[in-house]
Design a protein around this ligand. Structure first.
Ligand code: AMP
Ligand code: MG
Length: 337
């Protein structure tokens, strides 16, 4: 009797474990707030893979990047950089070095349209409180928006350092850090054996693999990604079938307030210190999320003509731009499809 009780007990435990564990492979979804935005992870979980450990790993990684790169966290590495006086050097992590180096690369590529030192003026804007700098304040700070005055140093086997050539300079990685975090998250999931997933942070997404396999035709099914309609919150301007790629959208509807007819929003033209207004939305599609992120902000600032010229000069990257009349334009790689 005791033996039977024992085996019944074991059977109950086994059934309970089976009921709570992942018996069938399935899509699983998790959302959380990080880096001032909503992030989501959707992944194809195979039998035996640990759903909550995977979601937790992505959340921890994104929070780690936020702690390093947020301008709103006083103890972040970025905040320490922003306290530097002219020519004062600070040792920084390799990771910070690499993200700033990539930012400077895009500054060069875009003739300064992408410039993380926009923050020298950017910090005078508060979109929630509808605050913006006046013309005098912009004039006083505009010479601090100057990526040439951000100096990175790296010697073999030594910790890299940064210094500014001007006092009062500030940097902000809001146009590139979410893309970086999305790349890191997908890398992490792939290392854990995940073969199909999509990770999104605000306007930046990266797709690993496909949405599925058509049982009848044997063909891979892509994800269908919607691009937000810039003037109707619950509408999509267009939908794109995508697999194994990153996609980022920058829009003037994300963080803004109206000053009369003027839309004051979060993407700043480095040469005026005011919100860029040539287009209303710029989407970039390509392999790396960090590049798509920096390029979407860049193309938003550059506008239609220069933006398309830049993207058409880059291998493997495409753009979809919506102008101020709501007209949609495609880079050469997409227009030919
Ligand atoms: P995204 O939504 O990726 O286009 O990024 C917008 C964010 O990029 C803003 O919230 C700022 O943090 C940052 N940003 C704004 N203007 C610029 C600029 N000209 N160059 C680089 N980053 C910028
Ligand atoms: Mg961007």
């Amino acid at each position: 009797m005791i033996v039977l009780d024992y085996w019944l007990h074991i059977l109950c435990i086994s059934l309970a474990v089976l009921a709570t564990s992942n018996v069938h492979a399935a899509w699983k979804n998790h959302e959380f707030d990080v880096m001032g935005t909503r992030a989501s992870v959707e992944l194809w979980l195979e039998k035996g893979q640990n759903e909550s450990a995977l979601f937790n790993a992505v959340e921890v990684e994104m929070q780690r990047i936020e702690q390093l790169m947020s301008p709103y966290i006083a103890r972040s590495e970025l905040s320490a950089i922003n306290r530097l006086n002219k020519n004062e050097k600070l040792l920084i992590s390799n990771e910070m070095y690499e993200v700033i180096e990539k930012s400077l690369y895009f500054s060069d590529k875009t003739a300064g349209a992408f410039d993380i030192s926009f923050a020298s003026i950017g910090f005078l804007y508060n979109y929630r409180d509808k605050q913006q700098p006046n013309a005098e304040q912009i004039k006083n700070k505009l010479n601090l928006v100057d990526y040439h005055s951000i100096v990175l140093n790296k010697k073999a086997d030594k910790k890299p350092s940064i210094h500014f050539l001007k006092t009062g300079m500030k940097i902000d990685l809001g146009g590139i850090a979410k893309g970086y975090a999305v790349d890191q998250s997908i890398k992490l999931l792939a290392q854990q054996g995940i073969e199909a997933a999509i990770v999104t942070a605000g306007g930046d997404s990266k797709i690993l693999g496909n949405r599925g396999l058509d049982a009848n035709t044997g063909e891979l099914i892509p994800w269908v990604i919607g691009i937000q309609h810039p003037r109707s919150e619950n509408k999509q301007a267009l939908r794109l079938p995508l697999s194994d790629t990153a996609i980022s959208t920058s829009g003037d509807y994300e963080r803004f307030f109206m000053d009369g007819d003027k839309r004051v929003h979060h993407i700043i033209h480095p040469s005026t210190g005011e919100s860029a207004s040539a287009v209303v939305s710029a989407t970039i599609i390509g392999a790396e999320s960090i590049r798509c992120d920096a390029l979407s902000t860049s193309v938003f600032v550059l506008g239609l003509e220069q933006g398309l010229k830049l993207i058409n000069s880059l291998d493997g990257y495409d753009a979809i731009i919506i102008d101020t009349n709501g007209k949609v334009f495609y880079s050469a790689g997409l227009a030919s499809q």
